[in-house]
Design a protein around this ligand. Sequence first.
Ligand code: FMN
Length: 386
Amino acid sequence: MLRYLTAGESHGPGLSAIVEGIPAGLHIQEEVFNEQLARRQTGFGRGGRMKIEQDRIEVHSGVRFGVTLGTPIALWIPNRDYVHWEDRMRPFGQPPEEVQPVTRPRPGHADLAGALKYGHRDLRNVLERASARETAMRVAVGALARALLAAFGIQIAGRVLQIGSVRAPEDELTLEEMQERSEASAVRCTDPDASEAMVEAIRQARLAGDTLGGRFEVVAFGVLPGLGSYAQWDRRLDGRLAQAMMSIQAIKAVEIGAGNAVAQLPGSQVHDPIFWEEGKGYLRPTNRAGGIEGGVSNGEKIVVRAAMKPIPTLNKPLQSVDMATHTPFLAQIERSDACSVPAASVVAEGVVAWELACAMVEKFGGDSIEQMQQSVAAFRREVADR
Ligand SMILES: Cc1cc2nc3c(=O)[nH]c(=O)nc-3n(C[C@H](O)[C@H](O)[C@H](O)COP(=O)(O)O)c2cc1C
């Protein structure tokens, strides 16, 4: 079983994670983590913090000379900004007298709900952990998962489909096309015209003191059939992917395959016919199911999309109420992005990679990559004969 937990506050000393269950013998280099961390930090619409952070991974256990040991992997990403926050964020001692508690909850953030839940009077105790800073660690954990999947020929790519009202064509692309075109775009969109229009839309929103959300897609190429299960509700691969995607801050809807469109289409246009050819085996001319039927991967690409709300910190603030005095105020402005959809798409790639890695380890077990590879090869032979 694979599992991980993250810890860390946005302006605390750093983020940590312990990842357990990664089989022994997986080759991984420091740069693999750092490349993914850098991808999360780019994208038009991101704020000043991205320049301060420049995230770098520290691996404190479980990897020796670039190879996993099969033991817990401890990851650490220092918060470079902590030097400026130490007086307000240190675990012991007292805050400086001039630092007032945060008492003004921002609409759309966890501030109010979190303060009511935990009884905090200083909203910083909520917002520090609820912040999407935590997603940096999810990207690092995702880098491990991607390396595991790559050992079995499974690759993950993502792209932005929509920002605000600007929509890109949802054309089918190869892995290479998706990767090259999304990396070349300031907003991770594979269509150059839509990409330009998205940049302009973000610019306009920023000028108006507003923010924009959008939609993005993550595709897993080379997935084997048989991941997940229909046997129990919590083993369904679509359910697990949806939960994982929804757990990303600001994600409000998830689609698999044709997604929302299935509500309006007749069945003949929703389901994918099955063919069989000598030497090729089973073939599906379409992939409206997004690679999952009955909660089980069917061997096609897995296609997951998600909608992200516009980030809630606005320069054109909404009304809120001070929790100390109950007086109304216009929500305070903190340093913020105007649009984080491109960054969220990178987080989602990592999150999808993690869920698929979990499903691979569950199906093919093994304490080492070599054992898993033997098991995968045997399964591939079995499937080819059916
Ligand atoms: C990658 C990423 C970056 C984000 N950056 C910001 C930001 O700069 N400012 C902000 O107000 N919200 C930002 N958010 C969204 C908030 O974290 C999120 O809306 C908030 O924690 C409340 O959670 P909820 O929207 O899931 O209810 C970001 C989300 C993601 C995924």
